[in-house]
Design a binder for this molecule. Sequence first.
Ligand code: 13P
Length: 254
Amino acid sequence: MARTPVIAGNWKMYKTIAEAKEFLVELIPQVKECEARVYIAVPYTALAPLAEQAHGSNVVIGAQNMNDASEGAYTGEIAAAMLVEAGAKFVILGHSERRHVFGEDDAFVNRKVRRALDEGLQPIVCVGETLKERSRNQTEEILRSQIEGSLAGVTAKEMSKVILAYEPVWAIGTGKTATPKTAQESHQFIRQLVAELWNEEVAEEIVIQYGGSVKPDNVRKLMNQPDVDGALVGGASLSVESFREIVNFSMSEV
Ligand code: 13P
């Protein structure tokens, strides 16, 4: 496969600086032979120390969210330039927890994507349907409107820096992973949509991660699907053992 897989951990609101450092000390030697790219989205407080610690290794440190403004009176928010200064290389945008718990819409996600690209941060843009939407056969419609809305105005050249993450909301934190077939169907749809909205070359090159209850025992079958190029891992990225297994298993044949 021409696309280099990207396995990203999303720690959400877990790990103090001390816990994060301890994790990385253990992880780095265990993934150094891995051919996949290894990303971890850490809490803001752990960004600078972990980025420094990861320097020279094949682990890439990033953030889980940011604001779209360059700076301003936005209590509690964080700007892209601050993340870059702290050593973040990428940022997760439009995660379903941001969309559903904090009410973020596609227009807001789109402004953040614009800002991230302008500041040199690689966006991982998340999309995915709820259980209700899936049961009403609206999955493709939802994916289309989220992708069109979140990535409006992004050029084909800029798309080469974007990672897409398909995270069906019903699979996040529930233990209900999409079957490899269901994941492949959505990933294939997303890739075709990217070809339609940008072009074939962008579609061929873009990394599309699957997220939602990825574990060491299901990652291989998911990654063996032709349009699944990586994983966005929540709960199973919190322990070195399971994250290391996911990273290393992701490159092996079923
Ligand atoms: P889980 O792997 O815990 O289901 O979380 C998925 C996720 O939200 C990653 O961003």
